[in-house]
Design a protein around this ligand. Sequence first.
Ligand SMILES: [Ca+2]
Ligand SMILES: [Ca+2]
Length: 149
Amino acid sequence: MFPKLVTLAVIGLMLMVVPPALTLRYTVHNTKVIFFEALHQCIKNGGYLAAVETPYQAEQIWTAIKNSGASTSQVWWVSGTDLGIEGSWLWLSRNKAVGTIRGWTNWMDGEPNNSNNVEHCMSLNGSKNGQWNDISCEATQFYVCEYTY
Ligand SMILES: [Ca+2]
Ligand SMILES: [Ca+2]
């Protein structure tokens, strides 16, 4: 009886802490577009430009990128931006601040650096296993969409 209670407690705890985004699926688009075109294309496809809220999601997305066969020297857009308020990062696909879940972020060392005061969109760096870098929203890069089933 006691182990059953523990199991139930663990399942209950998992339901509380595991984000609903576990049920997301991803598509990797190896076509270069600016950030807002990526946002647009994902919506047109019935999804959204991806958010990376947890290490699990980061791993899922990185796996999808590797499976896409693209060179990992490339860069992929995800939906983080600080375009509205410099230094204040949001996921456009979540209406939530970056780092909302347990403060987790995945920036590369020294990033975000808002280089030349023009870097307001988040990209995954293929040469850094998908760690994040802020770059110009006008750069043309690949992108990752997410979909709820
Ligand atoms: Ca910025
Ligand atoms: Ca940067």
